[in-house]
Design a protein around this ligand. Structure first.
Ligand code: HEC
Length: 134
């Protein structure tokens, strides 16, 4: 297929895909309350979660999850402090925030690079940070 023919196909594809992707995210947000954590918060899961946290989250959220990572100063909004901010937040809400990104664009949608299982491991680790563990 030559470039001239490919362009309209690409445009049509984008016009269909963008609203579909948005409605997908909206749908998932609506269903947040029904999301249950399928992974028991045991040491094995928390160890996996810690490893992911160290490689993916520390730059912004900091080593102990206090929202003070090396990158945090340059963001438009402060990253959440997991020792303070998640007591009243359900696992479903955390899952949605991590998978689809935060309320503000500074928190990236990790659903693009992490599997759901990995997100649950991270959440089990965040619950450990919340209690002052590490
Ligand atoms: C580029 C910096 C950055 C990285 C990397 C990052 N975060 Fe965040 N995160 C933020 C900022 C800033 C906020 C607060 C603003 C917001 O909620 O959008 C936030 C908010 C959150 C929230 C609350 C979302 C909401 O609004 O519901 C959760 C949960 C979270 N981060 C978890 C994580 C986890 C887990 C990782 C690693 C897998 C991670 N973050 C990596 C910057 C980051």
């Amino acid at each position: 297929m030559n470039i001239r023919r490919a362009v309209p196909v690409l445009v049509i594809f984008l016009f269909c895909w963008i609203p579909m992707a948005i409605s997908q995210i909206e749908m998932e947000k609506k269903d947040v309350d029904t999301i249950r954590n399928p992974t028991p918060p045991n040491e094995t899961s928390q160890d996996r979660g810690r490893e992911l946290f160290m490689s993916r989250c520390v730059v912004c959220h900091g080593m102990e999850g206090r929202g003070d990572g090396p990158h945090s100063e340059s963001l438009g909004v402060p990253p959440w402090d997991f020792t303070q901010d998640i007591t009243d937040v359900t696992d479903g809400d955390l899952f949605n925030g991590i998978k689809n990104g935060g309320q503000f664009l500074w928190m990236p949608p990790f659903g693009l690079i992490l599997m759901d299982d990995q997100i649950w491991d991270v959440i089990n680790y965040l619950r450990l940070l919340e209690k002052g563990g590490n």
